[in-house]
Design a protein around this ligand. Structure first.
Ligand SMILES: Cc1cc2nc3c(=O)[nH]c(=O)nc-3n(C[C@H](O)[C@H](O)[C@H](O)COP(=O)(O)OP(=O)(O)OC[C@H]3O[C@@H](n4cnc5c(N)ncnc54)[C@H](O)[C@@H]3O)c2cc1C
Length: 264
């Protein structure tokens, strides 16, 4: 790994300033994606600006009909939060099945969204629940946040501060985990909420996406058998040694039915 300067700013403004001054800096959350990427030599930032412990990124709270989760909240904290479990149990369950205990105790919501791994779990929840991502300077709707493989609408010096989730009427996540990493070979998050029925798919393509076929069928009737015979096109889906595009398309339909059934 190449040498880098380490910064521990006191607040978000300090983090943004440090990042602006750096030649090729990166924010550091829990380090569960960035450090492996650096170890593999796929990134060699000149500076690491830690945002992990910043107070402004902490906290889980209900605000009216929304649940607001600080970007620095670890996966373990989301999984173990009584507030999250009461408001959106599917989100607590999703967090409980990310990686392993080590990853869950260090990795953060903000880091997962900024990294935008095409097989990550949180992007599916954020997109299906129609959440908004609050940064140090603006609010981004989920539909505009995820741009492509490992790509978001964030500027290089923009910090995710929190995510605002509108409370759904019903929501569930079903994933087929890769047996080694626990990342999603495919994962489907279904939600029925203020913005209607939204279905987000992760792991199956080059980035998280909404399935218009599944949304149309569930919009007519929100029940597992409403998905009978509804095929998800394999075009554009990922085919790799772990599963062909056809296999993933089939998995997505099966997982969507399981998720709707889990909504009760
Ligand atoms: C063995 C293993 C298994 C895993 N399994 C899963 C899994 O099953 N499902 C899953 O979804 N993920 C999985 N992960 C990834 C894990 O969830 C990471 O925690 C997450 O992707 C990144 O969060 P982090 O806080 O560690 O971010 P970091 O690694 O510190 O940073 C990742 C990126 O986000 C940026 N960043 C961090 N915080 C912010 C912020 N607040 N604002 C703006 N940019 C920010 C960084 O600059 C960097 O580009 C796994 C990781 C490992 C190592």
């Amino acid at each position: 790994m190449q040498d880098f300067e380490f910064h521990r700013p006191e607040n978000v403004a300090g983090a943004v300033t440090a990042q602006k001054r750096a030649k090729d800096g990166k924010f550091l959350g829990g380090g569960q994606s960035l450090i492996p990427v650096m170890k593999l030599g796929l990134a060699a930032p000149s500076d690491l600006v830690s945002v992990a412990g910043l107070k402004e990124l902490r906290g889980i709270r209900r605000e009216g009909k929304d649940l607001v989760v600080g970007a620095g909240t670890t996966h373990a904290e989301v999984a173990g939060s009584a507030e999250v479990r009461a408001a959106i149990p599917a989100l607590a369950d999703l967090a409980a099945h990310i990686g392993d205990p080590q990853v869950r105790n260090r990795g953060t919501l903000g880091g997962s969204l900024a990294h935008d791994d095409p097989a990550a779990d949180y992007p599916a929840a954020v997109l299906a629940l129609g959440a908004t991502v609050q940064t140090d300077r603006r609010t981004l709707a989920a539909d505009a946040f995820f741009v492509g493989m490992f790509q978001t609408a964030l500027q290089p010096d923009e910090v995710i501060v929190a995510v605002r989730f509108p409370l759904p009427e019903k929501a569930a996540y079903a994933k087929f985990p890769h047996p080694a990493s626990r990342f999603a070979l495919a994962g489907v998050f279904v939600a029925k909420g203020p913005a209607g029925v939204r279905v987000a798919v992760t792991g199956a393509g080059p980035g998280v996406f909404r399935s218009k076929e599944l949304e149309a069928a569930l919009g007519k009737r929100f029940a597992p058998d409403a998905l009978q015979g509804v095929a998800v096109p394999k075009d554009g889906l990922t085919g790799d040694p772990f599963g062909s595009a056809e296999y993933r398309a089939h998995l997505v339909s099966v997982l969507a039915r399981r998720a709707v059934a889990a909504c009760g």
